[in-house]
Design a protein around this ligand. Structure first.
Ligand SMILES: [Zn+2]
Length: 103
């Protein structure tokens, strides 16, 4: 998966298309991410105990990583991400637009 926690991403599909946000969680196994301020869903909750309030609450929910592109911090473009192996054997991501290593 080419998106990781704390990346800034641009949403390219769905109802939040065009919005930017920071990746709060990444779930590589499911290829899903949770992004700040993106993909709010309404959840109907019932009061259980003292803590939770009854009613409709909105919260972010994870969505598939293919709906976003990485925003390159260098050139500020939505970047297609490439992988490159460094001399010390580390595998890093880089921005295909400007060539900058993202990791
Ligand atoms: Zn770039």
């Amino acid at each position: 998966m080419n998106i990781r926690k704390n990346d800034t991403v641009l949403v390219i599909a769905g109802k939040d298309k065009g919005k930017k946000g920071r990746v709060r969680f990444a779930y590589p196994k499911d290829e899903r991410i949770l992004v700040e301020g993106i993909n709010f869903i309404k959840m109907h909750s019932r009061a259980t105990g003292r803590v939770r309030q009854a009613g409709i609450i909105e919260r972010e929910s994870p969505f598939h990583v293919s709906n976003v592109m990485l925003l390159c911090s260098r050139c500020d473009h939505p970047a297609r991400v490439g992988f490159r192996i460094l001399e010390d054997g580390r595998k890093v991501r880089f921005c295909r637009a400007c060539g900058e290593v993202v990791d």
